[in-house]
Design a binder for this molecule. Structure first.
Ligand SMILES: NC(=O)C1=CN([C@@H]2O[C@H](COP(=O)(O)OP(=O)(O)OC[C@H]3O[C@@H](n4cnc5c(N)ncnc54)[C@H](O)[C@@H]3O)[C@@H](O)[C@H]2O)C=CC1
Ligand SMILES: O=C([O-])CC(=O)C(=O)O
Length: 358
């Protein structure tokens, strides 16, 4: 019988022999056979997905949930810190997707090449007292750099932008892609799904329903008054008192702040966001696969209002956004909310565009 240390030494020797200069981007040079020398090559049919910011508070549970998604065959985890550990950990899950880790800007291009879907939760989160716009100075540059990489390495990929302020980071991404000559408005989507997830939950609480039965459209953008729940269009059809409408609108608009304050300086929503991001990414993958009737809200290049970007219901398909639905009939309360939302959105969009143009 060999003891553990001997076994480890033998495996390490075999590994060094089979894989003398391990490919660092696969982060598998530690123990065992290199992937190139394994009989199983991995990679069931499916889509190739990259997560940029994969070692963060959102990135880690998002990576775990995407590893569980049967539509994913290859999962690339990119970050500027800590991807070796996260990759090693997640790669042990016995689900179909092959996981590879990428660390730092030198490995960004390898992380992106060949991807069908790129999800971006990279960047700093809020602390109590901050607005999402206070993150602009740091996150704008991060999103610009990552999108430059996407334009170069996977210009046809569908992009899901989570990094805040979404109302500005999506216009930043669009400007980067325009400059690179690769802008396809159908493929760029700002993730507002957490607003819908929250709205479904809070409305279900008020109505005494199961949240899975509730569908609340949330339009506009992803910050404060730009988050506009259309409570008059809730399914199943229902009505709310003025007090309920005001309570629900305020709670949905301030859901992010509720979590930031509860986390007391340690970050913002990560677990519910990872859940929402996976729900949204899964819808994008079903669309890519050609499934019919995939409709979700997202912040996209739009002509639904006079603004160049707006969140509303979109139908997802093989090219990303195949159709953008109009807002439908609004009541007086929602019409007033829409005007407030548009005013703030116009400023945030312009700020993003100006950042790239300057
Ligand atoms: N769209 C939405 O509904 C939501 C958006 N967010 C936003 O998501 C972002 C991330 O939040 P958390 O994961 O909580 O933050 P976090 O700080 O826990 O994680 C961010 C990760 O990004 C990485 N990172 C930083 N610069 C990078 C770069 N240049 N390239 C690649 N990775 C880089 C960091 O190393 C870190 O691992 C924040 O901007 C936050 O405001 C958060 C919740 C909801
Ligand atoms: O509030 C934040 O800063 C994070 C976020 O976007 C959300 O939770 O909706």
């Amino acid at each position: 019988m060999q003891n553990g240390a001997e076994t480890y030494r033998r495996i390490a020797t075999i590994s060094a022999h089979l894989n003398p200069s391990p490919s660092s981007h696969q982060m598998e040079g530690g123990v065992g056979l290199s992937r190139a020398n394994c009989r199983a090559k991995g990679g069931s049919p499916g889509f190739k997905v990259a997560i940029l910011g994969a070692a963060g508070g959102i990135g880690q549970p998002l990576a775990m949930l995407m590893k569980m998604n049967p539509l994913v065959s290859v999962l690339h985890l990119y970050d500027v810190a800590n991807t070796p550990g996260v990759t090693a950990d997640i790669s042990h899950m016995d689900t179909g997707a092959v996981v590879r880790g990428f660390l730092g800007p030198q490995q960004l291009e390898d992380a992106l090449t060949g991807m069908d879907l790129v999800i971006i939760p990279a960047g700093v989160p809020r602390k109590p007292g901050m607005t999402r716009d206070d993150l602009f100075n740091i996150n704008a540059g991060i999103v610009r750099t990552l999108c430059e990489g996407i334009a170069k390495c996977c210009p046809k990929a569908i992009i899901n932008i989570i990094s805040n302020p979404v109302n500005s980071t999506v216009p930043i991404a669009a400007e980067v892609f325009k400059r690179a000559g690769s802008f396809d408005p159908r493929r760029l989507l700002g993730v507002t799904m957490l607003d819908i997830v929250r709205a479904n939950t809070f409305v279900a609480e008020v109505l005494g329903l199961d949240p899975r039965e509730v569908d609340v459209p949330v339009v506009g953008g992803h910050a404060g008054v730009t988050i506009l729940p259309l409570l008059s269009q809730v399914k199943p059809s229902c009505s709310f008192t003025t007090e309920e409408t005001e309570y629900l609108t305020s709670r949905i608009q301030n859901g992010g702040t509720e979590v930031v304050e509860a986390k007391a300086g340690t970050g913002s929503a990560t677990l519910s966001m990872a859940y929402a991001a996976v729900k949204f990414a899964d819808a994008c993958l079903h669309g890519l696969r050609g499934d019919a009737g995939i409709v979700e809200c997202a912040f996209v290049s739009s002509q639904v209002t006079e603004l160049p970007f707006f969140a509303s219901k979109v139908r997802l398909g093989r090219n990303g956004v195949e159709e953008i639905y109009p807002l439908g009939p609004l009541n007086e309360y929602e019409r007033t909310g829409l005007e407030k939302a548009k005013k703030e959105l116009a400023t945030s969009i312009q700020k993003g565009v100006a950042f790239v143009k300057k």
